[in-house]
Ligand binder design. Sequence first.
Ligand code: AMP
Length: 192
Amino acid sequence: MRLILLGPPGAGKGTQAARLVEKHGIPQLSTGDMLRAAVAAGTPVGIKAKAVMDAGGLVSDEIVIGIIADRINEPDARKGFILDGFPRTVAQAEALDSMLAEKQMKLRAVVELRVDQTKLVDRIIKRADEARAAGQPVRKDDDPEVFKTRLEAYNRDTAVVAPYYEKRGQLTVVDGMKPVDDVTAAIVKALG
Ligand code: AMP
């Protein structure tokens, strides 16, 4: 089963992906997590990506497409995967199409978590507070100002990805403002 979760930062993609991982036994492929790991490890990709990520911009298509191309070849991704945070541009969506076609793989669903963007900054402040309370590190890009830049990047480059899939009849829109369990139920329904 291959699923794409779309939606702005803070929409709940990571939360929902983690729940589906447990239910379906397939990995969550989060380009954000992979990039943060590359930054922490100080790899050449991490060194290139760090400043862009800290500023809330998008890392180059070339880098993230390369990361995903490698990751979907790993044995644990053979049965399927949940893409969280990729594709974020039409170029990335097109590259993914070619990769899947080459492997004769199909997407089961593309789900857009639709949210009220005016509520997202509050959500992100809550996420940072919860991380702090749990003694976990707070993401640098969850700073409210950087978050606004991330939202701008979403509206400029990523908002066009959902219509890309909609045109092909592959998109399901889910109300991401509903309680977490309801959102999970709606995604499970979309998976058929
Ligand atoms: P996320 O954890 O998905 O919010 O991603 C954190 C940051 O990593 C983003 O703000 C971008 O700087 C970068 N990033 C993650 N995924 C992508 C992607 N598919 N394309 C470009 N940049 C990405």
